[in-house]
Design a protein around this ligand. Structure first.
Ligand code: FAD
Length: 472
């Protein structure tokens, strides 16, 4: 008997480990509930709920393949080796199949499980699935991980042109087994969630995810380059929760892009090539996570930036979290996050830079808050995005470049449509007033005054970075 252990790969199409297991023989499936571990990783309630709802959809798919789905609990991953060993003993499992995961805790968990299973003669096979390239497969001439995105991208595209990864078809159903599936949990300890309007925004299941991908490729991909920075437009795919939970694979995304661009990676429609670049940013940050494990441990990628004199300013942090900074674009973005579990990429950069530079609050506070709210929370992308914005990361924005939230607002939300949607109290303001309301308008709309002066806070951030010890 074979076992497929599902983690962040909740789909049956193009699932490398599932296909590998079924090729070996009769297969059963496992999902581990690990609420204490999820909490230790700051997984958001919306994300855990999305995971559990997708588990229901996966169970229905597995039922069609006649693969029983067992549910076990390893509250913390420290107990995963024993839980797996017990289950494998009970069902006489020859080999456990998984898709690789790249955080330090995930890697340590898998090593411990593989070691424990080896003691009882059970194999453990990890497949490349979450990424197009296995970390370590693309290295610089000197044999190290790429630290510069443009060079990494070039290496990726060279390989992809030679051999684009293929998508695996949905596996054939296996003969029925005499093992029953377990009942599925609809909630887990410590994760109460009942936000139906948020649930409605993020329907589950791989059929839905593939349909969203197809619609995006048909209707929006070709305009992606022009519209992706405009938060009031449906310019980006909003596929990130599906990619994070593995309801969709990066190969499926890549294929959809290529199909709409005559099979071209880096010529043809600029919307398509720009979107492929975003998939490669996802790839890049996961390679960074695997190559430089310290970023998994809340350390700055550039060690000398650990000396930034971050401010302890709980009131300002709370105003940022709650969307009460007095800067309309920032506040609208933070309210989008609170209401939907998602935020537009341009705004993630703007609010992250505002927190880490203008407020000079440690980027780790923002990273943690994002993880606790995002339905697409992903350690690699979130850490990469925060360290990029705070200028502590690899290939990050230079420390002296600060986004001005008012000019960003004028540029990317010129009519104030996004702001008015999320801050209805500012609905009556005209396009000259909406980005930085006058004191009179603020009083009339009951909207707070700015919590900081932009010029002063900019000067403070520049001084803090200028005075850092030189990079080692
Ligand atoms: P699209 O523009 O349609 O892009 C397609 C896919 O490419 C995305 O779904 C995502 O998987 C990937 N992608 C796009 N941009 C990036 C990027 N800059 N870095 C890595 N992958 C990217 N993304 C997450 O998936 N999870 C996070 O927790 C996360 N946290 C972030 C925090 C900050 C401070 C910043 C600046 C960015 C963060 N991102 C994160 C990256 C990016 O903002 C989101 O992936 C994107 O907004 C998702 O929207 P979309 O699916 O419409 O993206």
């Amino acid at each position: 008997m074979q076992l497929i252990w599902f983690r962040n790969d909740l789909r049956v199409h193009d699932n490398t480990a599932l296909t590998a297991a079924l090729e070996q023989g009769p297969t059963i499936a496992l999902f581990l509930l690990s609420p204490a571990q999820w909490q230790a990783h700051d997984d958001a309630p919306a994300k855990v709920d999305f995971r559990l709802r997708n588990l229901q959809a996966l169970a229905a798919e597995l039922q069609q393949l006649k693969v029983p789905l067992l549910i076990r609990t390893a509250d913390h991953w420290a107990s995963a080796p024993e839980v797996l060993a017990q289950l494998c003993g009970q069902f006489r499992i020859k080999q456990v199949h998984v898709n690789e995961e790249y955080g330090v805790d995930e890697a340590a968990r898998d090593e411990a499980v593989a070691r424990r299973l080896a003691e009882q003669g059970t194999g453990f096979r990890a497949c490349l699935d979450q990424l197009l390239f296995r970390p370590g497969a693309l290295l610089t001439r000197s044999g190290s991980y790429f630290k510069v995105f443009s060079q990494f991208r070039k290496a990726c595209l060279q390989q992809l042109r030679l051999a684009p990864p293929r998508c695996l078809p949905r596996p054939q159903s296996q003969p029925a087994l005499t093992i029953d599936s377990d009942p599925l949990p609809t909630s887990v300890a410590g994760y109460a969630f009942a936000d139906e309007s948020l649930r409605a925004l993020w329907p589950v299941g791989e059929a839905v995810a593939r349909q969203r991908l197809e619609l995006f490729a048909e209707d929006h991909l070709h305009d992606y380059a022009e519209r992706r920075d405009l938060p009031a437009e449906p310019g980006t795919s909003q596929l990130s929760p599906y990619l994070t939970t593995g309801v969709l694979s990066p190969r499926q995304c890549l294929h959809a892009a290529l199909m709409s661009n005559q099979g071209e990676f880096d010529s043809g429609n600029v919307g398509v090539t720009t979107w492929v670049d975003e998939l490669l940013w996802r790839e890049f940050y996961k390679h960074i996570l695997a190559g430089y494990p310290r970023v998994s441990r809340h350390r700055a990628f550039r060690p000398h930036t650990e000396a930034v004199p971050w401010r302890d300013a709980p009131d300002e942090l709370m105003a940022w979290q709650q969307g009460r900074t007095g800067f309309p674009l920032i506040d609208a973005a933070m309210r989008q996050l609170l209401a939907t579990g998602w935020m537009h990429n341009r705004l993630r950069m703007v609010v992250a830079m505002f927190l880490s530079k203008n407020l000079l609050i440690d980027w780790r506070e923002g990273e943690r808050y994002f993880m606790r709210r995002l339905i697409d929370g992903d350690l690699a992308a979130n850490n990469g995005g925060w360290q990029w914005s705070a200028s502590t990361g690899t290939d990050a924005v230079p420390w002296f470049r600060l986004f001005n939230p008012i000019t960003q607002s004028q540029r990317f939300d010129p009519q104030g449509r996004f702001i008015k949607y999320w801050l209805p109290e500012l609905r009556e303001l005209d396009r000259r007033d909406i980005h930085d309301p006058s004191p009179f308008s603020r009083t009339m709309c009951d909207y707070p005054a700015p919590i900081i002066d932009l010029a002063d806070s900019r000067a403070r951030a520049l001084a803090a970075f200028r005075n850092l010890p030189p990079a080692g």
